[in-house]
Design a protein around this ligand. Sequence first.
Ligand SMILES: *Cc1c(COP(=O)(O)O)cnc(C)c1O
Length: 432
Amino acid sequence: MELNGRTAIGFEEGRSSSAKWFDDLTRVRFAGPVSAHHRLLPRELSPETLAVHAGTYEDPVTGCVGTPVFQTSTFLLDDASYSAFADGAMRDVPIYTRYGNPSQWAVQEKLAALEGSRSAIVTSSGMSATASTIFALTNAGSHIISAYDVYGGTYNLLREDMPSTGREVSFVDPNDLAAVRAAVRPETQLLFFETLTNPLLKAPPIGALAEIAREANALLVVDNTFLTPVNMRPIAHGADIVVHSATKYLAGHSDLTAGAVVGRRKFLDRIWAQTLRFGGTLEPLSCFLLERGMKTLALRVERQNANATEIARFLATHDRVAAVHHPEVGGPHYADLARDDYRGFGGVVSFEVRGGDDAALAFMGRLKIPYVATSLGGVESLVSMPSNTSHSSLTSGQRASIGIRPGLVRFSVGIENVRDLIDDLNDALNGE
Ligand SMILES: *Cc1c(COP(=O)(O)O)cnc(C)c1O
């Protein structure tokens, strides 16, 4: 369509004239939102290819390679905008950047393609994605099942904000399927778990949890931050919604804060509307950085999988290390792990330094390559201790009860040369 002499942004004619989708969960929905200039690729392509190409905005004016930064808060109004307002289809037309922006749509389409689903939103942080999702898909009087060892921010949201808004939460061990089943109530609306937990790297069976959710007529939401769609696509295993802290592997360079939600459009429309009310939209420049980072996602994650595995195996042989937590070195957590479901396990490895927290702190101080910093998933190795960061609000007894023992260190392995990292770890463990 040609409007007011502007180059058409490429919406299909009639797209915005469908029923009022705010309320109608049964109507046929378009994938997206996308414009005709966003690159749509079949979901069967491999993650390496999708990471580079899916969603890219192919600019009809300049032909530039790569998505431009649509650094604007608002867009010219035209007939398409007015009919979008009239029909409640504001998610599909660029009107105002909190509602949508072609920079967001480019990275959203890349994410939807990578997770093998139809629709995505990007948000200002992982917590924004999680909070919008949980609030959008539950209501007062409902019940939620989650894990006692989910990410701290998620745990606080579930523990503090759900009861105060009329939602009850049960915390269980997602590897104990009988306990998950026993927690189901008639009013259960949502199960929320992580595909790989922090810091002990437990990998609950997503397919079996999806089965329980289906029987309970509830939705399964999973946080796939630690694995990324390169290693596992939870929607293919029956999850309804995937959330991410895109701050970590997706962006991959420790230089931005962002979140994402992926799933079927009928759920995403609701979550999008919640995000609008919470105000958690992602800025165009951050979308650009996120999309650029994601082009190398498959390469980075593959290297991080390999580096972390090699480091975990090295640590398991070192006599100053009391325990290593990583699926590739085995242990009781992983007895029932369906390894074929995973391409790898990401770049995090946790281990206990003999001598407790003081010895671990001294060990970290001797490392020359990794930065001592919280967070994970960047190209640079980062090392930190749960006991004085993410889990510092727990007593040592509470930490022990969830398996965080004295001396535990979390290593987020980067893309550096693995021999350099192992030599550094070896020297620091040996007190050099
Ligand atoms: C970091 C993280 C979050 C929160 O993400 P932010 O981008 O910091 O808001 C949620 N889940 C997991 C597993 C994380 O590691």
